[in-house]
Design a protein around this ligand. Structure first.
Ligand code: NAD
Length: 253
């Protein structure tokens, strides 16, 4: 088991990609804190993991709120005696539309969920990692942060900020044996955000258009991203920090 006994928080893991990451890490022996703002979804993921023989528990927290994120980190330490890895997966986007049509409210929400959450997890988890002589962040960014397309401008920018901030933190926190890495998934048509990314229902026409830009000829799945997260969370990646792994089937445009 590649992460046996590790205490790992996965934010926004009540559904979508985060759920896939939580399930995969638990399969490989991690003690997982499933976090979400949606308690019913999070509790269901925990129940499934426990039923399958894994270790997980739910903690409701809003990743945009400092007190919530502190409580989330504290919960991992209280429940599992330590925190080894924090997966910052919770994310949100404004609907695909021209940049000038995105409201200020949606802009603020996008940066709060995608980027302020990274600030808050850094502020609250780093002291715990330092006390533990090390730790690891895995930040779920996006191909949007490196190869932006029209219609998601403010979301794209927030993910670009996640990527460069992660690299900067990796440089700053390396001496504390704290690793900081990103994953860049390409479009996944089966999550809560898919229709927002696509700008409408994910019908066959929209799918065909997106698929045509992915040389490996299919979309990413939560499991694809989870397998990459598993590697970064494991000791096999002990010397890997400041990288951004693209889980994108070679999408180049
Ligand atoms: N689906 C894609 O095509 C795709 C592609 C690249 C990157 N991503 C990124 O993957 C991550 C997961 O997205 P997803 O596609 O699985 O979407 P999703 O909506 O299915 O999952 C996101 C989860 O985060 C939770 N969440 C939202 N705001 C929160 C908050 N403030 N505090 C705690 N939890 C909160 C939601 O309740 C939801 O369960 C996001 O960071 C997203 O930007 C998604």
């Amino acid at each position: 088991m590649r992460v046996k006994g590790k205490s790992i928080i996965v934010t926004g893991s009540g559904g979508g990609i985060g759920e896939g990451i939580a399930r995969r890490l638990a399969e490989e022996g991690a003690q997982v804190i499933v976090n979400d703002i949606n308690a019913a979804m999070g509790e269901k993921v925990v129940a499934d993991i426990v039923k399958a023989g894994g270790t997980a528990s739910f903690f409701a927290a809003d990743v945009t709120k400092s007190a919530d994120v502190k409580a989330l980190v504290d919960a991992a330490v209280q429940r599992y005696g330590k925190l080894d890895v924090m997966v910052n997966n919770a994310g949100w986007t404004h609907r695909n539309r021209p940049a000038l049509e995105v409201t200020e409210e949606d802009f603020d929400k996008c940066y709060a969920v995608n980027m302020k959450s990274i600030y808050l997890s850094t502020i609250h988890a780093v002291p715990v990692f330092r006390a533990n002589k090390g730790g690891s962040f895995i930040n779920i960014a996006s191909t949007a942060g490196v190869r932006p397309r029209p219609g998601l401008t403010w979301y794209n920018g927030s993910k670009g900020a996640v990527i460069i901030t992660s690299k900067s933190l990796a440089a700053e926190l390396g001496p504390d044996n704290i690793r900081v890495n990103c994953l860049n998934p390409v479009f996944n048509p089966d999550t809560g955000l898919s229709a927002e990314f696509a700008g409408g229902p994910v019908d066959e026409e929209r799918k065909a258009k997106f698929r045509a830009s992915i040389p490996l000829g299919r979309f990413s799945t939560a499991l694809d991203v989870a397998n990459a997260a598993l590697y970064l969370a494991s000791d096999e990646a002990a010397f890997i920090s400041g990288v951004c792994i693209e889980v994108d089937g070679a999408r180049c445009v």
